[in-house]
Write a protein that binds this ligand. Structure first.
Ligand SMILES: NC(=O)c1ccc[n+]([C@@H]2O[C@H](COP(=O)([O-])OP(=O)(O)OC[C@H]3O[C@@H](n4cnc5c(N)ncnc54)[C@H](OP(=O)(O)O)[C@@H]3O)[C@@H](O)[C@H]2O)c1
Length: 324
């Protein structure tokens, strides 16, 4: 259909990619034709079911593995390119083989770069297009025991920040989406996998901090602050009114502000140390309180507005709190 934008999305078998594909395909004004890609079409059923009667009309399927040059080359024919495919990794660094770390970089970093390399020349020639990369809050702020995953998202942020300037010269927009926790298979896969893991090579203290301190607070945080894939998909659609960075969860704005408020980095490191090791049990209490508050949407909206308005004050309070 003339005027319809072609949107190619990677990683549509589940989670954010799936919801994004469905939401765009169901656009009432039919502004998008979605090419929903996945590395294995055997996993297409959930997407096809959610797409309903848009399947075959505004949504079509294609195979794409971001780790394969050939697969990417065969598939590309898009105007707007949405790089969502990603994998996670948590745990003590000592217990993770380098090969496993490389897999994360192969998907989260080189997978995205491979896609961009493929779609960019045509966009530059046409002087138009929009590339959206799903990064993470962990692309802006490192989180304990997520060392390798955060490193992969930081790498993407650096890559995109550099490339965005050049692309602007060609009228090609590059945007990053930075979700906090999102309820998808990502989280379920992570928790399941971690519970079974032995952590060979890590000392007992580290394993204890990982399993008995980090993990419970991470589960709490997911439960209270977690967004749905639909929340993220909505932010992505808004990203068509292009901003370079798009944090999806206002609760994380103060954490990012904290980082930029102190260029020595000490504030962030000490704040996270304090939160994890000194306030662990207290955090559970405050998370429960927040959960209570967030059950009420009106309170959530007020709370978010408060964070937005008072973020500098919150940063100062955290600063005083950590150094007293
Ligand atoms: N969930 C969160 O809390 C969260 C927070 C911040 C950022 N993110 C980011 O959001 C993005 C989507 O994650 P999600 O939460 O929706 O997780 P998800 O449900 O696990 O979905 C990830 C998708 O990526 C696909 N994928 C993995 N390796 C691939 C490859 N080599 N080629 C093509 N597709 C591949 C998976 O396909 P298979 O079915 O074939 O494995 C799956 O469809 C990721 O970039 C992630 O880093 C997630």
């Amino acid at each position: 259909i003339p005027g319809q934008k072609v949107v190619l999305i990677t990683g549509c078998s589940s989670g954010i990619g799936l919801r994004m594909a469905v939401m765009l395909a169901k656009d009432e004004q039919k502004r998008y034709h979605v090419i929903a890609t996945m590395r294995d079409l055997k996993r297409k059923d959930k997407l096809v079911e959610a797409a309903g009667d848009t399947y075959g009309k505004t949504l079509s399927l294609a195979v794409l593995d971001v780790c394969s040059d050939e697969s990417v080359k065969q598939c590309i024919n898009g105007i707007k390119d949405l790089n969502n495919a990603g994998i996670g990794l948590v745990g003590p660094v000592e217990s993770i083989p380098i090969e496993e770390m490389k897999k994360v970089f192969e998907t989260n970093v080189f997978g995205v770069i491979r896609m961009i390399k493929e779609v960019m020349p045509d966009m530059k020639k046409r002087k138009g297009g929009h590339i959206i990369v799903v990064s993470s809050v962990m692309g802006l702020q490192g989180v304990v025991f997520n060392d390798v995953y955060a490193a992969s998202k930081f790498a993407m942020e650096g890559f995109c920040e550099s490339l965005a300037v050049q692309l602007l010269k060609f009228n090609v927009i590059l945007s990053l989406i930075e979700p906090g926790p999102v309820h998808t298979e990502f989280e379920a896969k992570m928790i399941q996998e971690v519970k079974q893991r032995e952590c060979p090579g890590a000392d007992p203290d580290t394993v204890n901090y990982f399993k008995n301190v980090y993990l419970p607070s991470s589960i709490d945080i997911f439960e209270v602050l977690g967004q749905t894939p639909d929340d993220i998909a909505k932010v992505m659609i808004e990203a068509s009114r292009p901003r370079f960075r798009n944090l999806t969860n206002p609760m994380y704005t103060p954490i990012v502000a904290l980082k930029y408020a102190d260029e020595t980095g000490g504030l962030s490191v000490h704040a996270f140390y304090h939160m994890l090791f000194n306030l662990g049990p207290l955090m559970h209490v405050s998370m429960t309180a927040m959960k209570y508050l967030t059950y009420n949407t009106a309170s959530l909206v007020r709370l978010s507005a408060y964070y937005e308005k008072h973020k500098t004050n919150i940063v100062v309070s955290i600063y005083l709190f950590c150094y007293n």
